[in-house]
Design a protein around this ligand. Sequence first.
Ligand code: AMP
Ligand code: MN
Ligand code: MN
Ligand code: MN
Length: 282
Amino acid sequence: MTKPFSPIDLHAHSTASDGSLSPLELVQRAAKRGLHTLALTDHDTTAGIAEAQAGALQQNTPLQLIAGVEISVTWNNQTLHIVGLNIDPEHTELQAGLQQIRAERELRAHKMAEKLEKTGLKDVYQSVKAFAGGGLISRTHFAHYLVEQGRASHVRKVFQRYLVAGKPGYVGAQWATLEETLHWIKQAGGIAVIAHPARYKITRTRLKKLLDAFKALGGQGLEVVSGSHSLDDNFQMAQLAQYYDLLASMGSDYHGAAHFWLELGVLPALPAGCRGVWEAWS
Ligand code: AMP
Ligand code: MN
Ligand code: MN
Ligand code: MN
């Protein structure tokens, strides 16, 4: 079966967070794969955007680089990801907010390292920090370290065994509120999009409650098509987007080799009836 392809991909990670390609390598890959629009949406940082933007201008085929960010949010005791698209990455209030979240990440990383040391590992924080290569620390970096230590054969397994709620390396965190996140994105001139909405382990009732809250706070977009959704998920999210009058986004959530099952631009088209989020900026 041939894989579906979209020249627009609005969700991707670089080494500035937990992706394995540098921002320049990422735009090179996007151009080579025939994309014309790519959003860089690292977790809680915009540190990779300048390099990605400069890199996009050097490609032989036109590549529009959309400045983005994927913000970690705690809503009703649940972690959610809100993508901000077409933001001004320099905006002071946004930057101050992201800085706070990264401080929480640092704190969590130290606590996770301490917990993992109780399972017989040594110098966990320093080792994981090295995997993060100077960028922020995500659970993905812990996963790579634990695979290297032989605790599981691959990243997905290691998440199941160590890094999810109830497991020995898991530490909860208090991320940003939905309200402040939408405020920062709006102040920075961007469009807020609920990332991979079908991936949260919540009931349909709660998802609708989230959409009500998101709409009430001025949220505008839903990631209808995601690399981590099934085709059925995409169709269900398309119906919700129409019902809630939200713009539809599409993104692979590419992380490089770290999440080998995702690839830039490997996405089906938006289901009929959706309005693409790019209408907001083009
Ligand atoms: P964090 O924001 O540091 O808690 O890390 C979340 C990241 O971990 C996500 O963005 C994914 O990249 C990765 N992740 C979460 N769950 C899994 C999983 N089951 N398998 C592989 N990667 C995962
Ligand atoms: Mn990630
Ligand atoms: Mn995410
Ligand atoms: Mn992501």
